[in-house]
Design a protein around this ligand. Structure first.
Ligand code: KG4
Ligand code: ZN
Length: 334
């Protein structure tokens, strides 16, 4: 019998739906919310309202383009957490009602596990065990992945996420939200050694990104006092230097984790894994340390429902379903 699952993602500011059939992703429909741009960050109340507007058309498109009818769906999957409570609530409520109406089981998915399981959508797929550096707007984690649904967080940030550091730096530079991709773009034409910012020195596998944000703030304030056009004249060099510092901070801990756990299969996941500087640095390290490196396709790096569908496929195989009384969990852990 065919196993067809409809998956919904609504944890932050992308409304997405995907259909997976017998482990194969058929589509990945994503509606991005532009309403947050002018505020320099995601406004939770506006995010949940936009999910309400986008969810039905997005689900409709996913089902239509899959060629699978509603009656042929075997289960409905959704992101349970972590994420913004109001945003999660929209996806959870919809998934519950849809599953109830169709009389099919519900599958609750952890968004951070799903980012990692995005690696199993396409070839080449990593072999277990592997270490995944998950870097997004809300998280920075080193995860030891022992099996599809057996993961252990071995390091994480004690303050800001690295995506937040990218976005906050971009905001200080007057760039719109989300600024991470723009920093990446400008950095391509800049000199990464032009300016120096501190690399945090946290113990073990712990990250910290709040220091660099403050360092950039003071650096800009001091230079703008001397030259009001400092940012315009040095944008590429500033972006390249900040990006370099953030990447070095990540790579230091990744090297430490690989050595400590004696693991050579290394993966990256989450929105920041779309960063071209990070991808390049990882390739260099792969050669130096003989790592097998796994990087997801761009469309599966940032938030999407295909990764939720992939995770749901593995939970379906294990018979792991949830009840209609399930609630979202904003701070859900791996
Ligand atoms: O995983 P994601 O889509 O959403 C969360 O779960 O947070 O990650 C979004 C984050 C944002 O901070 C965004 O600026 C960052 O990923 N990002 C990038 C790039 N593309 C997305 N950061 C740096 N370089 C990029 N190319
Ligand atoms: Zn995410």
């Amino acid at each position: 019998m065919n196993v067809n699952i409809l998956a919904i993602e609504s944890s932050c500011d992308e409304t997405s739906a995907s259909v997976i059939s017998n482990g194969k992703i058929l589509n990945n429909i994503v509606a991005t919310q532009s309403v947050h741009e002018k505020y320099g960050g995601v406004v939770p109340e506006l995010a949940s309202r936009a999910h309400q507007q986008h969810l039905i058309p997005v689900v409709h498109e996913a089902i239509e383009s899959s060629g699978i009818s509603k009656k042929e769906l075997s289960a409905i999957a959704f992101t349970k957490g972590p994420g913004l409570m109001g945003s999660l609530m929209v996806g959870v409520s919809f998934a519950k009602s849809f599953a109830f109406a169709l009389g099919v089981p519900l599958i609750d998915i952890n968004h951070m596990e799903a980012h990692i399981l995005a690696h199993f959508i396409d070839e080449p797929k990593p072999e277990f065990p592997f270490i995944c550096l998950t870097v997004s707007g809300g998280h920075t984690q080193l995860v030891l992945v022992k099996d599809y649904l057996d993961m252990q967080v071995i390091g994480e940030t004690m303050d800001d996420a690295v995506g937040e550091a990218f976005d906050k730096t971009a905001k200080l530079l007057g760039l719109p939200y989300p600024g991470g991709p723009l920093i990446d773009q400008y950095a391509k034409d800049g000199n990464s050694k032009a300016f120096q910012f501190p690399i945090s020195n946290m113990p073990d596998l712990t990250f910290s990104f709040s220091g660099i944000k403050t360092a950039v703030l003071y650096f800009l304030r001091d230079n703008l006092k001397e030259n009001p056009q400092f940012v315009e004249h040095n944008l590429a060099d500033i972006c390249a230097s900040v990006q370099y510092t953030l990447i070095q901070t990540l790579m230091q801990k990744l090297k430490k984790a690989a050595k400590q756990y004696k693991i050579k299969n290394i993966a990256i996941a989450g929105g920041v894994s779309a960063n071209s500087g990070l991808r390049k640095e990882l390739e260099t390290l792969a050669k130096e340390f003989k790592w097998n490196v796994f990087v997801p396709k761009f469309e599966y790096c940032t938030d999407n429902a295909a990764m939720i569908a992939m995770a749901a496929h593995f939970k379906y195989q294990n018979g792991q379903f949830c009840g209609l009384d399930v609630s979202p969990e904003a701070r859900m852990k791996i």
